[in-house]
Structures are given as structure tokens and as C-alpha cells.
Design a protein around this ligand. Structure first.
Ligand code: ASP
Length: 325
């Protein structure tokens, strides 16, 4: 059997941290503990690695995400690999995975993984998830399925996976659709195919996009503030099928009048936003105002999509189509 050549990028997160046994706090460790386990995979894979930065994932910004895309593509052009694994903190893992899914021009499996318990904690899931991720990245069926998120014996698509629990190791789920596949002791089993989406070109990520959650009694103040500062776009996690309190409408109108796109997602975990309701603040009215309805993404992913689309030179009037995909 020829060995698969796997490129591993370590970026930080709990998977590379240790617990202080005295205080119980978890912090970055000097030496990434996963490095010493690459040999466990040496029978089937030939691993080479890079660590472009070492950050807890709340420190990661779209600039690091763009850096990862460029590192993957440049490395592939210089020394082609069969698959790639990125280890990452779980707090923003879904955002990095989705950013790469939207922008990466690579024809090999790319898998993002992390851990909920640090390296020296009882029941640590880091090494197990890392080995699972390398197995998936080495698997021929993982090709052409977009960027994948692998933790806790499950394979998720980057556009659906989301962190649902603050501490449980079974934190990543794909609401509404379920995982793409599972990992067993002997097999990698895919149960469904993800929908392919068009790639968005990206060379810079310097636009400012805000994410605001709607709530009962919301008024226009926060949105008006955004309309009058340096924001280039706004994503609103709306109520239910895509409705807002009437008092928020004047600011939505102000944003659109200033050519600042407003994208609507739902604060519900399942379902999509639609222009169903015809009352003050209802979806029908928002659509007529020019609000863009997103097709099932959560707020943090719609925010990244809008950021990338705004940075792209040829988005123009295609914004609505981009969020329909
Ligand atoms: N706070 C950590 C991080 O995202 C959590 C983790 O890695 O699981 O870096």
C-alpha cells in the first residue's frame, strides 16, 4: 500500500494546550504535544507539518484564515499532498473551516479538527480526533466533499457544522441535516453528499461586517450606530422565519439607503429565512426594503460570506445570488 502524504497545519487551541494540575486552568503548552504522536500514523501516512501561528481560536481573525488558504495552496503547488489536516481551537473552528470551504481551490481532502479537553486531562480527545482527522484526510471518498470538520467520530460539512456545547466532547453538530458520515474503528463511512457551492475569490479581508442578534423589543439604536460608522455590511440574526421588531426598521432602511448590505439569517438553529409574513417588520416588508435573505447559514458563517463577497472585485449585483447558494 502506498503511503498517503498528509500536510498537517497546527494553529493552536485546546488540542495543543495543557491543564495546570494545581490551578486547573488550561493554557498553551510550550511544545505542541501532537508532534510527538506523528509516528503513530507512520505505517499508513507520511506526515509533514507547519505551525504558522499558535493561537487560542478566539484570537484568530479572517487574516489568519486567509493565511491558511494561501499556505495550503502554495504548499500544494510546491510539494503536492494527498490530504491536509488543520488542528484548531474549537471556539471559532467552524468559521475557519467555512472560510476555507468558500475560498480554497484544492482538489484534495482538507479536514479541520480540535479538542474539548487538553492534552493531559482525563478523557482527552485531542490525539483521538487528530488520528481520526488524518484517517479522513487519507481517505479517497473524502475527496470532492469540500472542507470537512472531524471530531468525536463524526464527519461534518463546513457549512453545517457548529459548536453546540461549551464543554461536552460531542459539541459539533450539523443542525437539520446531521453529519456527512461517521468514523468507526475500521472504516470511514459517508452517508450523504454535500451540496457543492461556487468558490468565491479572495485576496484581502479588510472589510468590516457586523453581526447583530434580534430580540423582543429591539429598537434602531445599534443598527443606526452601524450605519454611521465604518461598517461595510451587517448580518442580522432575525426572529423566526425572518422578522424584526418594527422599531428596528428605520435603521434597516438607513443602512440600505447608504448601500450597506443587510443580510438576514434566523436566530433559530433549524430552517431558513423567507419573506412569509406581511406585517410591520415581517419578512415580506424586509425583502421589499432590499434585505438579502440567506439560505440556512448561521450568523457567524453568513458574516464571513458577506465579508468575502464584499472584498471580491466582481460581486457587484450578485450578492443576492451568492446568498441563495
Ligand atoms: N477556547 C479554546 C479555543 O478555541 C477551546 C478549544 O480549543 O476547544 O482555542
Amino acid at each position: 500500500m502506498t503511503k498517503k502524504r498528509i500536510f498537517v497545519i497546527h494553529t493552536g487551541g485546546t488540542i495543543s494546550m495543557e491543564e495546570d494540575k494545581q490551578s486547573g486552568v488550561v493554557k498553551p503548552s510550550y511544545e505542541n504535544p501532537l508532534h510527538s504522536f506523528h509516528h503513530l500514523l507512520s505505517e499508513t501516512t507520511d506526515i509533514f507539518s507547519a505551525a504558522p501561528f499558535h493561537l487560542p481560536s478566539p484570537h484568530i481573525t479572517p487574516k489568519e484564515m486567509l493565511g491558511l488558504k494561501q499556505l495550503l495552496e502554495e504548499t500544494y503547488n510546491n510539494e503536492p499532498f494527498d490530504g491536509a489536516v488543520i488542528t484548531h481551537g474549537t471556539d471559532t473552528l467552524e468559521e475557519t473551516a467555512y472560510f476555507l470551504d468558500l475560498t480554497l481551490e484544492l482538489d484534495v481532502p482538507v479536514v479541520v479538527t480540535g479538542a474539548m479537553r487538553s492534552n493531559n486531562e482525563i478523557g482527552s480527545d485531542g490525539l483521538y480526533n487528530f488520528i481520526s482527522a488524518v484517517r479522513v484526510a487519507s481517505c479517497d471518498e473524502a475527496k470532492g466533499k469540500g472542507v470537512l470538520v472531524v471530531l468525536n467520530d463524526e464527519i461534518h460539512s463546513a457549512d453545517n457544522a457548529t459548536k453546540t456545547h461549551t464543554s461536552n466532547i460531542s459539541t459539533f453538530h450539523s443542525p437539520q441535516y446531521g453529519p456527512l458520515g461517521i468514523i468507526t474503528k475500521k472504516k470511514i463511512i459517508f452517508q450523504r453528499e454535500p451540496i457543492h457551492q461556487a468558490k468565491l475569490p479572495v485576496t484581502a479581508v479588510d472589510k468590516q461586517v457586523a453581526l447583530i442578534k434580534a430580540y423582543a423589543g429591539m429598537d434602531s439604536s445599534l443598527l443606526t450606530f452601524l450605519a454611521n460608522t465604518h461598517y461595510d455590511g451587517v448580518v442580522i440574526e432575525a426572529l423566526g422565519q425572518g422578522n424584526l421588531p418594527p422599531a428596528a426598521l428605520p435603521a434597516v432602511k438607513e443602512l440600505i439607503d447608504k448601500d450597506i448590505p443587510v443580510v438576514l439569517v434566523s436566530r433559530c438553529f433549524n430552517g431558513i429565512v423567507q419573506d412569509t409574513y406581511e406585517y410591520e417588520g415581517g419578512g415580506r416588508q424586509l425583502k421589499e426594503l432590499g434585505v438579502i435573505f440567506s439560505n440556512g447559514l448561521n450568523g457567524q458563517k453568513a458574516r464571513l460570506k458577506l465579508l468575502i463577497a464584499l472584498s471580491s472585485p466582481d460581486t457587484g449585483d450578485k450578492m443576492e445570488n451568492i446568498f441563495n447558494q
